[in-house]
Design a protein around this ligand. Structure first.
Ligand code: ZN
Length: 193
């Protein structure tokens, strides 16, 4: 780092002070970046696994990192299956109309901001729900669940105590989309004609 030394000892002192301060800040930032990188590798906390995208339009719906195992006491079937490269709780839930959905639960998801919470016919006692619609094309992705106490009209999305239920047939892992695209397009290697 180079500073043009100006006349006057006061200015020089200020420049030296700023120089030391800047160096210290720069080193501190570097150290914290290294720590985070190590954490990523060692604990896998923030490594992105796979995006689950809307099957209709391809918009991001959820991230497989945030898939959880929130068991519904009303599940017709609940079993661990290997999905998105890991063991995931898959449940079959039935609505009052007799429609069945194969679902996973997630700590986070991306849904359109809509309507009010409903308490009746909930799959998770103590939780109110609303639909989770794709933020881009409004296709049905699943539902949002929030503890009844905090499911107020001004709480548009689940808090940290809430969660999301995602219908497997309404999303597709992005890696799967890419492999489908790759297998559909097989370019001719140059010089093989
Ligand atoms: Zn969509």
């Amino acid at each position: 780092m180079k500073f043009r030394i100006m006349t006057g000892s006061g200015r020089l002192a200020i420049l030296l002070f700023l120089s030391v301060l800047f160096s210290f800040k720069f080193c501190a930032t570097e150290t914290s970046t290294e720590t985070e990188t190590e954490k990523d590798v060692d604990q896998g906390e923030t490594i992105l696994e796979d995006y689950l995208v809307c099957r209709t339009c391809g918009a991001d719906a959820a991230l497989s990192n945030f898939v959880i195992s929130q068991l519904s006491p009303k599940a017709l079937v609940a079993a661990n299956e290997t999905l998105f490269g890991k063991e995931v709780l898959v449940q079959i839930l039935e609505n009052p109309l007799g429609l069945r959905y194969e679902v996973v639960t997630s700590r986070r998801a991306t849904c359109k901001r809509i309507g009010v919470w409903t308490k009746s016919h909930t799959w998770f006692p103590g939780y109110a729900w609303k639909l989770c619609l794709c933020s881009r094309c409004s296709a049905h992705l699943g539902w949002m669940f929030e503890p009844i106490a905090t499911a107020t009209d001004d709480q548009f999305f689940p808090t940290e105590k809430g969660f999301y239920v995602i219908v497997l047939s309404n999303i597709i892992p992005e890696k799967e989309v890419k492999s489908l695209l790759a297998s559909a397009y097989t370019p001719t290697a140059p010089g093989t004609d």
